[in-house]
Design a binder for this molecule. Structure first.
Ligand code: ADP
Length: 266
């Protein structure tokens, strides 16, 4: 679907009444609707098992929705997915690199998969290696890299074909503070350059720091969405963290109640 000059631009991601029931009978998504505008940095927050990964898998063709629709920049991402898929870069939660490829080969192969020509791939690889401080590692096999370097390669690979929508599935789960800040820097830069970002995380500070809008998901349903301040206000609390604790039914853990005893608990 192309938008004419007079019509508003298509949302980067438009999910309508999405239901996902796994063969086991688990209904991981119970009629989710969500819209992310072109250029936004959008956060999806929720506890384990809330349905975050399922939503991402349905949007990227890794899982088939039971019903509902997903459009990416106006293109159907379920039934007629070619254009939709090309517009998306996914940095998955698991480090799914081919251990026998070098860093350069990893990026090059991905570009080839998306139909990029040889010269275009070479230029893009150089550019990404430079921006992710990976140039010196270009000929290293991915299995030889540190955890931090592997995370950078995953992000560079997701960006290789210049996707307009970058999906980050818990990109900083289990990484140290230094790398977390480094990854924040990279993704903020990518967003500033015009790429729309959907980030799932359960680090509240991460969502607060990076995202202009946040949706809370719980039990397969979007419970609320808005800016960090709007969410806190609607839940009648002082911070995004307290809004989240209300959502998961654990408001007794609020730092406002315990006077900072849990300062380092997150
Ligand atoms: P989150 O990413 O928020 O932790 P998930 O989307 O992984 O949540 O899971 C949502 C629900 O779907 C959970 O109850 C989980 O056990 C279930 N689930 C996830 N993947 C599968 C699968 N492949 N088969 C069956 N159930 C699944």
């Amino acid at each position: 679907m192309q938008s004419s000059p007079s019509s508003p631009p298509a949302p980067a991601l438009q999910i309508t009444d999405l239901v996902k029931r796994y063969p086991t009978g688990t209904e991981a998504l119970k009629g989710v609707s969500l819209e992310i505008a072109d250029g936004e940095f959008f956060g999806l927050l929720g506890p384990n098992g809330a349905g975050k990964s399922t939503l991402i898998h349905c949007s990227t063709g890794l899982a088939n929705p039971t019903s509902g629709s997903i459009r990416i920049f106006g293109n159907d991402a379920v039934n007629d997915y070619r254009e939709a898929r090309e517009a998306v870069g996914l940095a998955p939660q698991d480090i799914n690199l081919d251990w026998f490829l070098t860093v350069e080969e990893t990026l090059d192969l991905h570009g080839g998969y998306f139909g990029m020509g040889k010269r275009e791939r070479r230029e893009r690889v150089d550019e990404l290696l430079e921006s992710f401080s990976l140039t010196e590692k270009r000929n290293d096999r991915t299995r030889e890299l540190s955890g931090g370097m592997k995370r950078r390669v995953i992000l560079a690979r997701a960006l290789m074909h210049k996707p307009r929508l970058l999906i980050l599935d818990e990109p900083t789960a289990g990484v140290d503070v230094e790398l977390r800040l480094e990854l924040w820097h990279y993704v903020q830069q990518v967003n500033t350059e015009g790429t729309t970002i959907l980030l799932t995380t359960h680090y509240l500070e991460e969502a607060e720091q990076l995202c202009s809008r946040i949706a809370f998901i719980n039990g397969g349903e979007i419970v609320d969405h808005g800016s960090s301040d709007e969410l806190a206000e609607r839940f009648g609390v002082g911070s995004l963290e307290d809004a989240y604790l209300e959502l998961v039914g654990r408001k007794e853990l609020s730092r406002a109640h315990v006077g900072g005893d849990l300062e380092d608990a997150q």
